[in-house]
Design a protein around this ligand. Structure first.
Ligand code: CMP
Length: 138
């Protein structure tokens, strides 16, 4: 039981074959998989998902990158899930990420940064329902 968060293993990490290692690190850290699928976002999906960033200079690059290949989307459950998951993945820029974090181990750059984690309970809910229906959550 506990709180839920939403994650995506991003196209760079999926393409390099890191899905299994990353999921193992997530489950070893105590997160339960509530929902999971491999999928590819359309341009419209990515523009909607990242609408909060639409005025940022990197928006076009972000949309192109996130639609460039398959992702693995998942809902995760654990006590204090949002905060603990952000600690597990590390800083947005892998150069600033702590040793042992998923981004330190698997990310290439601030844009191709291997994995997403929701930044709040509200966003976890919004992002989860963007990708999953109730019938896909267990
Ligand atoms: P995330 O925090 O999961 O969601 C927003 C994404 O925008 C972020 O991961 C990065 O992939 C990307 N991003 C954030 N800052 C920059 C930046 N300065 N340049 C390029 N991409 C960025």
């Amino acid at each position: 039981s506990g709180q839920r968060t939403f994650t995506m293993i991003k196209p760079d990490a999926v393409q390099k074959g890191y899905t299994g290692a990353i999921l193992n690190q997530i489950t070893e850290a105590g997160f339960r998989i509530v929902a999971m699928k491999q999928t590819q976002m359309t341009t419209e999906d990515a523009q909607t998902f990242y609408a909060i960033h639409k005025e940022r200079p990197f928006f076009g690059e972000l949309v192109d990158y996130m639609t460039g290949g398959p992702i693995v989307a998942a809902i995760l459950e654990k006590d204090n899930a949002v905060e603990d998951f952000r600690a597990l993945i590390g800083a947005t820029n892998p150069e600033d990420a702590a040793e042992g974090t998923i981004r330190k181990k698997y990310a290439e750059s601030i844009s191709a940064n291997a994995i997403h984690g929701s930044d709040s309970d509200d966003n976890a809910q919004i992002e989860s329902s963007f990708h999953f229906s109730g019938r896909e959550m267990f």
